[in-house]
Design a protein around this ligand. Structure first.
Ligand code: HMH
Length: 210
């Protein structure tokens, strides 16, 4: 049976590439260039706007006993979108400039793929949604100790926090409940979606190096 724990432990899924990217290491040791970081910042805001749509899609079809979890997630996304704008202002990043308002190819590919999830079975959406949040949680948590006293500590605090970790655990439980009763075909589609998330995450981090 497919479970989120088994997916996380799967040697066949390239988790490490998505979680241990050199972008994150450069953030951790402070060697990331300002322009590189700002590319990520502006593009991640565009990503989160579309990810919010996926959260909406999930909310529409999820069983009612998951509504509270998903509403909490939507509340956090509202906060996150405002936070992106505030961070951009502090860093002097003009979000209306074309290179910040338009998507890079990797961001666009990720967002276009996420939009295709809206019409996928609930279990596929829920598993992909968990994977997208889980990788960010794991990625930022991994560098949190190293980044704790540097300029990017608040970024690791956002996605590496205990509260976010707990939320990701809730998403895992939701996905596990759905995977437990999924058809083989839907479970396979959910696994394929996780694999796609990991590829798209790597390409997203790579954007800072184009
Ligand atoms: C690219 N993946 C990317 N950005 C994010 N903000 C998350 C995942 C998690 O919200």
């Amino acid at each position: 049976m497919v479970t989120t724990a088994a997916l996380r432990a799967s040697a066949e899924l390239p988790w490490a590439a998505a979680i241990s990217h050199r972008f994150l290491d450069a953030v951790a040791d402070g060697s990331i260039q300002r322009g590189q970081f700002d590319v990520w910042l502006a593009q991640d805001r565009l990503f989160v706007q579309r990810f919010t749509r996926l959260a909406g899609s999930l909310l529409r079809v999820a069983p009612l006993h998951h509504q509270d979890l998903l509403l909490g997630g939507l509340g956090a996304l509202k906060d996150e979108l405002l936070w992106f704008e505030a961070q951009a202002a502090v860093r002097g990043v003009d979000l209306t400039a074309p290179h910040n308002a338009l998507m890079h190819r990797s961001c666009a590919a990720y967002c276009e793929w996420m939009a295709t999830l809206h019409s996928q079975p609930l279990v596929v959406q829920a598993t992909a949604f968990w994977a997208i949040e889980h990788v960010y949680n794991a990625a930022w948590r991994r560098i949190a100790p190293a980044a704790a006293h540097g300029p990017y500590a608040q970024y690791t605090a956002r996605w590496g926090s205990d509260g976010f970790t707990e939320y990701v655990g809730g998403l895992a439980a939701m996905a596990d409940g759905l995977l437990a009763v999924a058809s083989d075909e839907d479970a396979a589609a959910a696994v394929a979606a996780v694999r796609r998330v990991l590829e798209l995450e790597v390409a997203f981090w790579d954007m800072a190096y184009f």
